[in-house]
Design a protein around this ligand. Structure first.
Ligand SMILES: O=P(O)(O)O[C@H]1O[C@H](CO)[C@@H](O)[C@H]1O
Length: 352
């Protein structure tokens, strides 16, 4: 596309066919050599933007630009990042003094395509802490490479975020889990990783983290314990579990044979997100807290007589029903974190 929205053909003609060069060509003499070679009439800025959209990984500088855009635009430097799962967008609605950025208006940001993911970035205050929340995440099945799905986590990091709160809607495989329960994630099985996919694939930029990051203890134990205490205080401890999440590529829900295999591997809840975000967050040394809202029970028996087919409408409806409890859990935990000194200080070294 040219800046005027017209498509340049391979011989340099515009698709209107009348001229060899677009009328505004003189304004575009400043092209990169690469752009000239393919007779493309994009300005250097447009050319760069198209390249970024096509690339799997975002250069550090581009992520820095996005972070600067958010910090300058909001006038805030968030300490906690929240990713809202399907139907859990209300986690961002409780943020006060909010500055809202639509994904389409953030330079070089992908757009949300899934129902229940509004596509907004909300920066503001929650329980006294400065937070930024993604009302809409990116999934592999939307067609985005994993690095792009979790690129916003790096944006969070460069905005100043220390803690990532990742939430999701998930199917319960553990037979003890009921619809509406909350599972605090203490580990994951990365099925996309088993298949050779990682958000860290490609050249490693050491400004984010090491080439070979360790993932044991990815889920902060102190935060899990605090969340359990909060669950007790809220009177929902019998609906709370600590378990293992697995992410599959989706968008299909799992077959019974797949669910049986996951259960054998020790998986308690299954979804199509979160793991790549956690990997990206741990790579750049963020502290991670994550939970799954169990929106459906996964049948792992062929002769199960219940009508157990998962569907997104049910997922959204359950999330809506349980949003109050999820919001309260997140708010209370953030209040506790806010009461702690920022990491890096002497006192913080002994805490989470
Ligand atoms: O993981 P989140 O984004 O909460 O969404 C979950 O819900 C959708 C399926 O209903 C899938 O996208 C699955 O991953």
């Amino acid at each position: 596309m040219t800046g005027s929205g017209k498509v340049a053909t391979s011989n340099g003609n515009h698709s209107n066919g009348h001229s060899n060069k677009p009328a505004d060509y003189t304004a575009r003499e400043n092209q990169t050599d690469e752009a000239k070679k393919i007779q493309c009439y994009l300005t250097p800025e447009e050319f760069r933007a198209v390249r970024i959209m096509q690339e799997d990984t975002y250069p550090y500088e581009v992520i820095q630009e996005i972070a600067d855009f958010i910090v300058k635009g909001s006038g805030m430097r968030p300490r906690i990042g929240i990713i809202c799962g399907s139907g859990l967008g209300s986690l961002a609605d409780i943020i006060q003094d909010a500055k809202v950025f639509e994904y389409e208006k953030i330079p070089n940001f992908p757009v949300s395509t899934v129902e229940g993911h509004a596509g907004k970035l909300v920066v503001g205050n929650l329980e006294g802490a400065c937070v930024m929340a993604m009302q809409g995440r990116f999934h592999f099945y939307e067609g985005y490479p994993l690095a792009k799905c979790s690129m916003p986590v790096r944006v969070m990091k460069l905005c100043g975020v220390e803690y990532l709160f990742a939430t999701n809607a998930a199917g319960g495989i553990n037979p003890k889990y009921m619809v509406g329960d909350i599972m605090l994630m203490h580990d994951h099985v990365n099925m996309l990783g088993f298949a050779g996919n990682s958000p860290l694939q490609g050249p490693n930029d050491p400004r984010f983290g090491p080439r070979f990051p360790a993932l044991v203890n990815s889920y902060n134990k102190d935060l899990i314990n605090k969340a359990l205490e909060i669950g007790k205080a809220m009177g929902i401890e019998s609906n709370m579990h600590v378990g293992v999440y697995s992410c599959l590529g989706g968008p299909t829900y799992e077959t019974i044979a797949e669910l049986k295999a996951l259960r054998l591997m020790g998986v308690d809840a299954v979804g199509m997100s979160t793991v790549h975000e956690v990997i990206t967050a741990r790579h750049c040394d963020m502290k991670v807290f994550a939970f799954s809202l169990i929106t459906n029970k996964c049948s792992i028996e062929y002769d199960d007589k219940r009508d157990q087919e998962a569907n997104h409408e049910e997922v959204m409806a359950v999330a809506k029903n349980r949003q109050k409890a999820c919001c309260e859990l997140v708010s209370r935990l953030i209040r506790e974190i806010h009461a702690m000194p920022p990491s890096g200080t002497q006192a913080a070294k002994t805490g989470v």
